[in-house]
Design a binder for this molecule. Structure first.
Ligand code: MV4
Length: 454
């Protein structure tokens, strides 16, 4: 096992990883930007190194300073967390070449799944169902028009190097297709330095379902159930829950087993997440795979009893998966609300600055993953996530009721947060019934506007 790990991240996930290391008896090195010098991850780690200025490009994305600090501090491994360098192949390559273990899948795994066209083709071969779409990339307008004939409208253009919604364009007719393709190409080029586009049939209001998987270096792989991540705003998830109200035991097992087949076929290592869309007729389609630990991983931990970050470290250290599929049981229901420092009354404008006072709720079945404290200053440079509130109980109904009271107890002053907005969604009758999809939040926001005007 590793004796020292450098954490190449900040905020709540850096603390989450430090906690896992401490419980495994592994020493920790924090890296931090000048804007994060008063952060708790700096305090909680055994050592801390400043890696540059506030903007991410000058600190948390600086591959050479992070890797050289890992060398200087004699770290055996780097945990990238999520975001920043977590799915950056060249970072993983540099780690490998310096003899520092990148805690995540192989460079080959990251590369393959980073190419969304190849990812789909690979999973199709492994037997996963795909959304009807173009066979490969679409280069020209003639190719686009020909593919559109076969697929039919509406369709969606997506970037080969994309994921998470960047560079997507929905298109309803031939007339719009050519300009949509050009826009998608230039957006993709600007965002990823890769203009390649592929096409899919556009599903109206599907649910976003993802399956957590894990694999060791010896060909063993398991699935850890699903998360329903359909409550999103601008491709940012706001509320996630497990089990999904739309998935029964039979579908869970079928999807899970397909995912295991899929990751075995690519010799996948460490933890990962397979993303699916579920349409209103109950069809599920593989969409893409994330090769990192995800923000919403805690709800899976709560219902399986498995610490996914410890598991990542153990698997990267060459340990065998410590449990077989038949030892995995899903108990109860868990829901996560992401609390962002944003003002829902002002179009979710970021609300950085000083936290004069905060209170972090607790009690049975309540977990709050956060880096904030009374007196903390939220820097303006990073993601606005300040806390993840997770409640778990025997049933969905009880977990949601617990979330209501927990959100009421979550106090932050004077910074604006999305806590009360999350509560409005939780108590919504359609949400309560489990009747929601990826179009839910946009509709909810429009209805809220109408209520204000009335
Ligand atoms: C789709 C889709 C419908 N049909 N693909 C959103 C996040 C990214 N991972 C993929 N996403 C979607 N892909 C097909 N074939 C619907 C979404 C989607 C979405 C699309 C446009 C605007 C808002 C959206 C919100 C959630 C999901």
């Amino acid at each position: 096992m590793f004796s020292k790990i450098l954490i190449a991240n900040r905020g709540e996930i850096a603390i989450r990883i430090i906690r896992a290391c401490k419980e495994l008896g592994i020493k920790t090195v924090a890296v931090y930007s000048e804007a994060d010098k008063n952060s708790l991850h700096v305090e909680f780690a055994d050592e801390a190194v400043c890696i540059g200025k506030g903007p991410s490009a000058e600190s948390y994305l600086n591959v050479s300073s992070i890797v050289s600090d890992a060398e200087i501090t004699d770290s055996d491994a780097i945990h990238p967390g999520y975001g920043f360098l977590a799915e950056n192949t060249s970072f993983a390559e540099v780690c490998d070449s310096c003899g520092i273990k990148f805690i995540g899948p192989t460079v080959e795994n990251i590369n393959l799944m980073g190419n969304k066209i190849q990812a789909k083709e690979t999973m199709r071969k492994a037997g996963l169902p795909l959304i009807p779409g173009s066979k490969g990339g679409i280069k020209s307008k003639d190719e686009a028009l020909a593919a559109a004939q076969k697929i039919g409208y509406p369709l969606i253009l997506k970037a080969k190097a994309g994921g998470g919604g960047k560079g997507m364009r929905i298109c309803h007719s031939d007339v719009r297709l050519v300009s949509a393709l050009m826009t998608a190409q230039s957006e993709a080029e600007a965002a990823f330095g890769d203009s390649d586009i592929y096409m899919e049939r556009y599903l109206n209001n599907p649910r976003h379902i993802e399956i957590q998987v894990a694999a060791d270096n010896y060909g063993n792989a398991i699935y850890l159930g699903e998360r329903d991540c359909s409550i999103q705003r601008r491709h940012q998830k706001i509320i996630e829950e497990t089990p999904s109200p739309a998935i029964n035991n039979r579908l869970r097992k079928k999807l899970g087993e397909l995912c295991v087949k899929g990751i075995k076929s690519i010799n996948y290592r460490n933890v990962g997440t397979m993303e699916f869309l579920l349409d209103s007729q109950g069809n599920v389609y593989f969409m893409e795979m994330n090769t990192r630990i995800q923000v919403e991983h805690p709800i899976t931990e709560e219902v399986t009893g498995i610490d996914l970050v410890k598991l990542q470290i153990q698997l990267a250290g060459g340990e065998k998966l410590p449990f077989k599929q038949d030892a995995i049981h899903f108990k109860g229901a868990s829901v996560e609300c992401r609390i962002n420092a944003e003002d829902p009354d002002r179009g979710f404008m970021p609300s950085p600055g000083n936290i004069d006072f905060c209170y972090i709720p607790g009690g049975k079945g309540v977990r709050v993953d956060t880096h904030i404290y009374s007196g903390y200053h939220i820097p303006p440079y990073y993601d606005s996530l300040i806390a993840k509130v997770i409640t778990t109980d025997n049933t969905r109904k009880e977990a949601l009721k617990k979330m209501e009271r927990t959100l009421d107890e979550f106090l932050v002053e004077p910074v604006k947060t999305t806590a009360s907005f999350c509560k409005k969604i939780i108590v919504d009758p359609d949400f309560q019934r489990g009747k929601y999809h990826t179009g839910f939040l946009d509709k909810f926001l429009v209805q809220e506007e109408e209520r204000k005007e009335a």
